[in-house]
Structures are given as C-alpha cells and as structure tokens.
Ligand binder design. Sequence first.
Ligand SMILES: Cc1ncc(COP(=O)(O)O)c(C=O)c1O
Length: 376
Amino acid sequence: MIYFDNAATTVVFEEVLKNLNKYYTDYFANPSSIHREGQKARQLVEKSRFYISEVIGCSDEEIFFTSCATESNNTIIFGVAERFPNKNKIVVSPVEHKSVLMPLKQLVKRGFKVEFLKVDKDGKVDIDYLKNVIDEKTALVAVLHGNNETGVLQDIESIGKICREKEVLFFTDVVQSFLKEEINIEYIDFLSISGHKFNAPKGIGILYKRKDIDIPPLIYGGGQEKGLRSGTENVQLIGAISDAVRIWKQNSPEFIKKLKEIRKRFEALIKERIPQIHIVGEKVERLPHISNIIFQKVDAQSLIMALDSEGICVSSGSACSSGTPTPSHVLLSMGYSEKEALSSVRFSFGVYNTLEEVDFATEKIREIYLQLSTFF
Ligand SMILES: Cc1ncc(COP(=O)(O)O)c(C=O)c1O
C-alpha cells in the first residue's frame, strides 16, 4: 500500500502508541480528582500544555485542549460572535476548511454578515481588499495559513498586522502548517491545531487563545479548561499530542527536507510522464507536503478509484455525497472551472513515504491516465 493522503490523516508514530499504553494504565485517573492518582494525571496534562505552549511561543494559560480542530474552529467562531454582540460582521477567505465555513453559515442565519475576501488564481488573499472591507462592525478576520487542498500558504503575518492596526481579532487555522512552517503568533489572536495531521491519534485538538480575550464556551459543564471546554480532559490523548509534537520538533529539519524532496520528485516525474497536467499553486509558496494536480480530461473520482485498486491512496477536494461529486469550493473560488475542479487530485505526503513509492506511483498514474483519457 502507498499512502499519499497525509493531509487527510497520518499514521500514529510508534513511540506515541507505545506511550499511550502507559498513559492508559499509569495515568488513568481523573485529573480533577485531588488524590495522588488524579494529581498524577493532572501533571501529565499540565506538562503537555506547558511543552506545547513553549513550541507555539505563548503562555500555557493560552492553550486549551479540544477534541479536534473542527471543535476549536467552532469554539472560536461562535465564541467571538457571542462575545461581541454589537459587531455583526466576519471577514473570511473563501478557501477556508468547511469547519470554518459551516459555523459561519449558521451565523448568517442569526443575522451575521459574512464578507468573503478575494483570492487570486493561486488562492492567495488580496491584502488590499482586506484592508478595505474591515470596518467598525467587524468582529473577526479568519484566514487559514496553509490550504488543505492546494497547500498554498497565506501571508498571515501581514494579514495579522493589518488586523491589529484596525483593532480586529485575527484567527488562523494552522491545521496543515503547524510544525511544517514557522508560525509567529505576535499578531494572531486565535489558532486551531489538530493532532491527527502530525502523527498523533484522532480525537485531540488544540485551541490557542490570546489571554487578554475572553470568549464564552460552546460546551458547559464542570468548568475544565478554565471553563472554555468542559468535560473530563482526555489525559491520554493530551499526552500523545505532546509526544507527537516533540518527535516532530526533534526531527523537524530532516522531516521537512524529506517532504520537500518527495514532493519535488513527484511533481518533476508527473510533469515528465503526463505533460498535460497542471499543478495548482506551483509558482507560489506552498506547504511541503501537498501537491494538487489537475488531470485535464480525466475525472478525479475515476482516477482515485483506479489508483486505489493499485493500492495507492489519494483524495480529491470534491465532496461526493449522493453519488454526484460536487467540485471543490477552494478551486472554484480560485477561478478554476467546474470541469477542472472535478479533475483535481490531491497527493499529500508524510514522513513515512519514500522516493521509491513516488517512482512507482507516478508510473501507475501515467498508465491509468492514458487508459482513462482515451474515453474523452
Ligand atoms: C485546514 C483544516 N482545518 C480543519 C480541519 C479539521 O480538523 P479535524 O479533523 O481535527 O476536525 C482539517 C482537516 O482536514 C483541515 O485540513
């Protein structure tokens, strides 16, 4: 099996799995219990929080554990909307993940105005336009750092600076870029992170919130996580996410170099073997692990299924509910046609992939492309 779907999720590091066993047996207690076993579990939670805050470059009071980035994103969006009732506008990029766009759709039903930013053909936000649309009614600006479908990176530092100058809160989803790109939080008010994108298990997310901003929670209960996220802390997965962050940090230069090499070779070979393809965002700064390819004249779903039958796992950005694929909102907002969007396949690499897999997969892609394109 060749797994090129690491932007969807990653394999859990072996060391993380090993430690998890220990966390389930030795740290089983409730961290809110005052007895020694409870306090032992509390220590694991707080040690993990502290380590993660050091990596992000913030205070441990600013780190909150959630169940996933979708929960972090919803908490931030609904929290800000409720916190500032005199503001009714949110400015957002059209290339956000659905876990940002869907809560905003709910806010529109409650009378909020959502202003979409303009993006160019590479999916980069038009910064001058951003300056003009922020007004005194704007509660929040949301622009994700690295796009999960195309890998294209936004200039979050400049965007954050503009927001700070205009006294508007800035939220960036760094789910795909965390540990793969430098993130300077100076101008960032909220961040969302997801463990399963960097070899931790599913079911654990992080929310960073600048400490001088208070927002109400989505979930009420026992007041855990300083009241922002009630519910008994997932001690084991908190330990696991911190371990995965540590392993990434310890191996960062090597991991990133590897991802870059793999993608470079993949794109060079795919261009050589199928000259008709188009690489989305090829000329702009992108995350090291994502390559989005438009295969002119071939339907992505057929290509993905044919690759699957060869043991190669990849994805597309189009949603396939009720049997009919819907083209990716990300590619459509970048100006690609529906046909192009339905021909796009996302290849996303991980630290366990090899150059040999790239050689094999690109040859298979060429063979399948030749078969499929003769139908058109
Ligand atoms: C950019 C981005 N944001 C948010 C999410 C949601 O993450 P989670 O699966 O942790 O809810 C994803 C997952 O694909 C993503 O790629």
